[in-house]
Design a protein around this ligand. Sequence first.
Ligand SMILES: Cc1cc2nc3c(=O)[nH]c(=O)nc-3n(C[C@H](O)[C@H](O)[C@H](O)COP(=O)(O)OP(=O)(O)OC[C@H]3O[C@@H](n4cnc5c(N)ncnc54)[C@H](O)[C@@H]3O)c2cc1C
Length: 300
Amino acid sequence: MSQKWPFLANLKGKVLFDEPLGRHTWLGVGGPADMMFFPEDEEDLRLFLETKPKDMPYFVLGGGSNILVRDGGIRGCVIKLSSPYFTQILFKKNELTCFSGMPNSYLKKILPEYHIGGLEFLASIPGTVGGLVKTNAGCFSKELKDVLLKARIMDASGSIKEVLPEELHLSYRSSSFAKDWIVIALTLKSTNSPKDEILNTLETQALYRKLHQPVGEKTAGSLFKNPAGYHAWELIKQSGADGLRVGGAKLSDKHCNFMVNTGTASSEDLETLGNQIAQTVKEKTGVLLDWEVEKVGQNK
Ligand SMILES: Cc1cc2nc3c(=O)[nH]c(=O)nc-3n(C[C@H](O)[C@H](O)[C@H](O)COP(=O)(O)OP(=O)(O)OC[C@H]3O[C@@H](n4cnc5c(N)ncnc54)[C@H](O)[C@@H]3O)c2cc1C
């Protein structure tokens, strides 16, 4: 393959071809990526961007916990920042710099160990640090916006910039994050808190999720954003759309704004179900639901 793509010979990170993306997404579905690149460090990523063919598109995949990759897969290159370099964490007084490939769940161990408070809510969100930015991820009445000090970003030309939160226009599940930007690391504001307090918060949050969300099932979290003044799950229930099913795709019995793949769903089943739910809710309540799960790639 490096004969077809000579630029690959200079890269340090692993490259895969025709990699099924169902292996990398929480919903467990998704066709292949033409190419998948796992850069070893920032320099390797910069070299990739500088030397790849200009017409080769790229998509950065985090933990795959908020995306529905279509059955035809993703053309061009999927970049995954999962090397040891991209999972580093740097400590400074009341500041934590987390590299973008770090799973948020690492915080469950780090926060109590180093008495770092204020970031417990992030620890319970599936996925990686880089994936928090685009949707200004949040839960338990807090969102990334409340704790973000700055983001280290690489643009499509391989240049690095430090971006302040106000430049990202973070709001409820939305931001002005540029399509071709790659998050390298986030610096987060923290407090010094007692270990017991942190452990207690982490435990309470984990228990809440276990009771109210389909933890352990194939899902991508909330299917739709809450429209202003409404809860998406209530609208779904009210309109009777919670019982809809397409192939192996259905809504969770625990939370009807969580779509689950029962094991046999295709991406098409999941997307069709989501669209049917939105249509039913619009007909019955007049409210238009907006997908929170991001749909990417091509149909088969
Ligand atoms: C059970 C469950 C519960 C959830 N609960 C919540 C919740 O409480 N609150 C919430 O907000 N979300 C929740 N989610 C959704 C999801 O976990 C978050 O949106 C998470 O932040 C996505 O991170 P990820 O790394 O998996 O990103 P992915 O799903 O891989 O990608 C999401 C987007 O981020 C982009 N991206 C990822 N990494 C980078 C990077 N390094 N640079 C540039 N762009 C990047 C991708 O290109 C894509 O556009 C839940 C999901 C599940 C499965």
